[in-house]
Design a protein around this ligand. Structure first.
Ligand code: SAM
Length: 392
């Protein structure tokens, strides 16, 4: 099979964990970029990456890269690609552009030029122009214009891979499944360690942890990938890869706890846990985190407390201070990780983080703060992660 240069996008801050996942899956010549990792792999690897990568948002492959100096050279470079060999004239398409260059004032104009080039190329070859669909195109082309180079990529995933398919209905501010998986992987948590999210919302952190523990591929629940609509889709190859990945599922005994204050949200979490089929690993409860007791003596806590427009600043500070108090007095011997977009909240916790990692929750800059909760003496710590590495 022909090698492809594959580019996988992710959230800022998760590039290294994504690169590790890609290496473990068999990707070659891995390079880390901002919000993306590239590698070499064949068509089968592209299918596998879509099905199994936990921290990928979109899996794309590079069809062309050419120098660009103005709108005409952009049009010509895109027109030269043999588009009718990739998709049919009765399918819809869209072009998106990420611009990091002074050549154009905004990203809409180059996207429009590229769209015209693709449509013209089709009309010349087949006499028909394919329609554009912004919302749910069958075929999505992504341009990356960096200084004087244009890279043309094709999105093999379709809708973002954070839409796993197990979340039936969601709270207003659920955590992205990809970010949840990313912070669990960044925390260094291992399935034999009890894991607690005592403000779990719709249950994303406990569910993603259970998927990791059971080696359940995130694609298990997904209904559709863009590559299934392509002219060169190899269904037999895809089914073989899917089955091989599903064969890796293990019957893992894990003790993962989720707790949520809001009854309605708690019920959603229960539905989501059931829909992901991880009821054996995840135990949910409804109540205030200050009253929650898992009975575990050691473990890892990963939480994503509320912040931003949901709480006023004084409320944020007192709420985060109460989290700090609870961690200090109820969880000595545990490791705790707190994802927050509130610097004031982070300061109010009143504990010194041993790690501070910058990650983005969509457009919101957040910190993942790691704490080791000692029983007073340092040698009583529960150490699952060595070092005091600080990123971001
Ligand atoms: C940012 S959301 C967490 C989102 C979650 N990670 C998800 O995937 O949906 C914070 C959650 O904390 C819950 N919460 C707020 N105060 C709480 C308390 N005192 N005890 C337990 N949960 C609380 C909120 O109801 C909300 O669902």
């Amino acid at each position: 099979m022909t090698d492809l240069r594959i580019v996988v996008s992710t959230y800022a801050g998760l590039e290294q964990v994504l690169a590790d996942e890609i290496r473990a899956l068999g990707g070659r010549d891995i390079e880390i970029h901002t919000r993306a990792v590239s590698c070499t792999g064949d068509k089968g690897f592209m299918y596998k990456a879509n099905f199994s990568l936990r921290t990928a948002l979109k899996v794309m492959f590079n069809v062309s890269a050419f120098p660009v100096k103005d709108a005409d050279s952009l049009y010509k470079g895109v027109y030269e690609i043999d588009w009718p060999s990739y998709f049919r004239g009765d399918q819809t398409f869209a072009v998106r552009c990420i611009l990091s260059s002074d050549l154009f004032d905004n990203n809409l104009f180059p996207a429009l030029k590229a769209k015209d080039a693709i449509a013209d190329r089709f009309r010349k070859a087949t006499g028909k122009r394919p329609d554009v669909s912004r919302e749910e195109p069958d075929f999505e082309v992504q341009l990356f214009i960096f200084r004087n180079t244009c890279q043309v990529l094709i999105n093999s995933s379709g809708a973002s891979l954070h839409l796993r398919g197990y979340r039936t209905e969601v709270d207003k501010a659920p955590l992205s499944e990809v970010l949840a998986a990313g912070i669990i992987l960044l925390s260094g948590w291992e399935p034999h360690i009890p894991l607690i999210d005592f403000m779990c919302g719709s249950g994303t952190i406990p569910i993603e942890a259970a998927l990791i523990a059971g080696r359940i591929p995130p694609g298990t629940f997904r209904k559709r990938y863009a590559f299934e609509q392509w002219l060169d889709f190899d269904e037999a190859l895809y089914q073989t890869i899917r089955e091989k990945q599903l064969d890796k599922i293990v019957d893992q005994e894990a003790r993962i706890y989720g707790n949520e204050l809001n009854k309605w949200v708690y019920r959603k979490a229960c539905e989501n846990v059931e829909s992901a089929g991880v009821e054996d690993m995840v135990r949910l409860s409804c109540g205030d985190f200050r009253d929650f007791d898992s009975g575990e003596k050691r473990g890892t806590i990963i939480i994503n407390p509320p912040y931003g427009e949901k709480l006023a600043l004084e409320e944020v500070e007192s709420f985060y201070a109460s989290i700090g108090e609870r961690l200090k007095h109820g969880y000595s011997g545990f490791q705790a990780w707190i994802l927050t977009g509130s610097p004031e909240g982070a300061a109010a916790i009143g504990l010194r983080p041993h790690r501070r990692i910058k990650v983005f929750n969509g457009p919101i800059e957040c910190r993942l703060l790691g704490f080791e909760l000692f029983k007073g003496k340092r040698n009583e710590r529960f150490d699952t992660q060595a070092g005091t590495d600080t990123a971001g």
